[in-house]
Every structure is written in structure tokens, then in C-alpha cells.
Design a binder for this molecule. Structure first.
Ligand SMILES: [Zn+2]
Length: 335
């Protein structure tokens, strides 16, 4: 069940570009909708692959590359079906925000959604109930957004209900994507991401982090372009010469790897993305800028690892994530 309607016919061959519309009766638009650009490129037999972008509205490399596919990829070059949703959370994208300004919700934390819930919950329900059942594979393109510097990575989301065969296929997609890192993660135990929901339905899925800090990374755009091509090639959806890539390092986030701020203040980091640190190493200083005589608080890492993400904002509240560390997955499995 969904109130979303579209002029796109998912069973039609060839290329269609249009919109999905979610009715939203707002103060300034009684009979209006949230319009989500949607394209389907289909040709003959083959897998159906969904690619989403702008699930978070302050992450741009994904939408840039999905729109490029919509403009340049012809149906003749496809074997199977590509469903492209470049701006999954249009209100968030228009506002350049992680969460939707309509209901203050994070589309990557409300799956499987609610067809009668808030607009963001309704978008999730439409993707979950109407799009996922059409799909064999799923790629969800992200970046760090406004609050994170983050290392280039594909993420394989593992949930309690994930079957090993689906995880294996997701890991093969991540190898083809070949970002610098492949992060095997359970999202701090929260299964409500789009990839977590897809995986629970038995759809192999990867998410990717290809830029940082709410900006557009030219290198991230280029590497997303090549990485998506490699995955579509790997899945047999397109046949093309792809850019070769280095093997991806498989990592995980250990317990204690998310360094949370012990208090309020302004955080001055002394580490950088990619640094290798030991438990007890200094991560940075928490300043209390309006109290000149207050001694800055030294914040230390609790475990060893490689710095995967780092907070962009100086102003920091207690409980904010200052940095996330990852460790090599092969060391975990050998220990
Ligand atoms: Zn994101």
C-alpha cells in the first residue's frame, strides 16, 4: 500500500525518465506532492538493479553520477533493468540537510517505513514495499554529509536476520565497487537503513561513502562513476571496459571504536582520516571557549584502529561522535 504515484511503467522496455509523486497537502500547496525523479532503463532479460542517491540531502556525489547514467546510458547498453532514484529524499536535498525539513526524519533510519506515517516514513515504505520487491541487487550512494569527514568506503550492512548467501553476494558487490575500504557494519545495531532493510528481504546490497563535509568531491565523483560501472559490469547489467581498481581492505568497527564526546565544548582534533592510532593515544582537546581559565579536556582513543571518520563541526555536544575507528577484519577472524 502506498499513496505514491508515478508515470513510469516498471514493466516497459527502453528508457523512461519521470517522477514518483508523494501527495503532501501543505499550507502553501493543498493538493501538492513531493516529486522524486525516477528513471527506468530496461532491455531484455537480466538482473534488476536499484541505485538510490540523496537518501541524505547533503550528499551529492551519488545524485551526480545517477543523473549522469540517466542522461547517457542507452537501453541498448543494458541487459536487464536499472531503476534509478537519484534524489530519494527531495525535500532534504533541496534544503541540503541530512534529515527532511518536512518532518525532521532521517530516511536512512525509518525503514521499513510506514505508508500512513510522516512523509519520510512514506517514502521509505514506498521504496520498501513497491520498489525492493522488483529488485535483485541494490546500491545506495552516500557521502559523509555535513557532519563527517570520512574515508572512501563501501559498506556491507549486516543484520541479525541476514542470510550468509546474501552477505556473500553483497561482499562480492563491494569487491567490484573497490573503494579503498569495505566496512562490514551493523550500524550500531540499528537495522532501519535502506541497505539493512534490503538485506533483510534477501536483496544483496551495498552502501557507499564517497565524499565528505557537505561538499562535492571531484575525485569522489570520478571514483563513484568508475565504481558503479564496475558493479553493474560485475552483475552483468552492462558490458563495458571498466577502470581497474586496487583490492579493497575489509574492516569493521570494533566495540569502543566510536569515540563519543565526554562533554560539551569545541573539539580540536589532533588526528586525521587514515591515521593508525593506539588505545590511549590523544584524539584531541575539548575546549570550553567561553571559560578562558578552564583547562581543555584531553580526549583519548579507547581502542586501537585506523581513523575512518571524524567530526567536521568544531562545536560539540556530549555524546557526539568525534571519530570512528576501524580495524582489519582479517585480524578479527584470525584472533
Ligand atoms: Zn548518508
Amino acid at each position: 500500500m502506498s499513496t505514491v504515484f508515478t508515470n513510469i511503467d516498471f514493466n516497459q522496455q527502453g528508457k523512461q525518465v519521470g517522477f514518483a509523486h508523494l501527495p503532501l497537502s501543505a499550507h502553501n500547496d493543498a493538493w501538492g506532492t513531493i516529486a522524486m525523479p525516477l528513471a527506468v532503463i530496461a532491455n531484455g532479460q537480466g538482473p534488476t538493479v536499484l541505485i538510490t542517491g540523496a537518501i541524505h540531502g547533503d550528499e551529492y556525489e551519488g545524485p551526480i553520477i545517477i543523473n549522469e547514467l540517466i542522461r547517457h546510458l542507452t537501453a541498448e547498453r543494458v541487459q536487464g533493468k536499472l531503476i534509478l532514484l537519484p534524489c530519494a529524499n527531495t525535500p532534504a536535498l533541496r534544503a541540503s540537510m541530512r534529515v527532511s525539513p518536512v518532518d525532521n526524519k532521517n530516511l536512512a533510519r525509518v525503514f521499513p517505513g510506514n505508508p500512513w506515517g510522516t512523509p519520510t516514513e512514506q517514502i521509505a515504505a514506498w521504496i520498501h514495499d513497491s520498489i525492493f520487491p522488483l529488485c535483485d541487487f541494490y546500491i545506495d550512494l552516500h557521502s559523509g554529509g555535513s557532519s563527517l569527514f570520512i574515508d572512501e568506503s563501501a559498506q556491507v550492512v549486516v543484520t541479525d536476520d541476514l542470510c550468509p548467501e546474501v552477505r556473500e553476494k553483497s561482499e562480492a558487490m563491494a569487491r567490484a565497487f573497490a573503494a579503498k575500504l569495505t566496512v562490514v557494519t551493523n550500524n550500531m545495531g540499528d537495522p532501519r537503513t535502506s541497505c539493512g532493510a534490503a538485506a533483510n528481504l534477501g536483496i544483496p546490497a551495498i552502501a557507499a561513502e564517497m565524499g565528505s563535509n557537505g561538499s562535492v568531491s571531484p575525485l569522489g565523483v570520478q571514483r563513484t562513476r568508475f565504481a558503479v560501472e564496475r558493479v553493474l559490469n560485475h552483475l552483468g547489467l552492462i558490458k563495458t571496459e571498466t577502470q581497474p581498481a586496487e583490492p579493497s581492505l575489509q574492516v569493521f568497527i570494533p566495540a569502543g571504536g566510536n569515540l563519543l564526546s565526554p562533554g560539551d565544548g569545541w573539539f580540536e582534533p589532533v588526528m586525521a582520516i587514515g591515521d593508525e592510532v593506539q588505545a590511549g593515544d590523544l584524539a584531541g582537546w575539548l575546549h570550553r571557549l567561553s571559560e578562558p581559565e578552564a583547562v581543555p579536556l584531553a580526549v583519548h582513543f579507547q581502542v586501537k584502529g585506523r581513523v575512518y571518520s571524524q567530526r567536521t563541526f568544531g562545536a560539540t555536544s556530549q555524546g557526539n561522535s568525534l571519530a570512528v575507528l576501524v580495524q582489519n577484519l582479517s585480524e578479527k577472524e584470525n584472533s
